[in-house]
Design a protein around this ligand. Structure first.
Ligand code: AMP
Ligand code: ZN
Length: 114
């Protein structure tokens, strides 16, 4: 996936403010934060969207939630609360076609989302 910006971030070809990294996932600050805490957690494997997930990806997705929990604690938003969002497809507003989990916190969020 040569043109994928998140694959380029994983390879270090585009800079990012890294929050966490291991062999399966990378987390970095969102370039246009929508909340005081806004980080993205992405699998190192290129997966276009939630629609492209297969059973083989189960371990990665479960791992992402465990990483999100750790990052939330590290960034001090675990007690007050936070939101994890994945947009899938056009109507949901997905703009980068490499599956990613927004971890948002540091303020109150409305429900239902806009
Ligand atoms: P989505 O609209 O759900 O696909 O989310 C894509 C997110 O990626 C947006 O919140 C963007 O601000 C963020 N984003 C795009 N390019 C970069 C980048 N180079 N570094 C960090 N975040 C980015
Ligand atoms: Zn990619």
């Amino acid at each position: 996936m040569e043109e994928c910006i998140f694959c380029k971030i994983i390879k270090g070809e585009i800079p990012s403010e890294k929050i966490y990294e291991d062999d399966m996932v990378l987390s970095f600050k969102d370039i246009e934060p929508a909340a005081p805490v806004h980080v993205l957690i992405i699998p190192k494997k290129h997966i276009g969207s939630i629609n492209d997930l297969t059973e083989d990806d189960s371990k990665i997705i479960a791992h992402i939630y465990l990483v999100a929990k750790q990052i939330a604690a590290k960034l001090g938003i675990d007690e007050k609360g936070y939101r994890i969002v994945t947009n899938c497809g056009e109507e949901a507003g997905q703009t980068v076609h490499h599956v990613h989990f927004h971890l948002l916190g540091g303020r109150s969020f409305a429900w239902p989302p806009g």
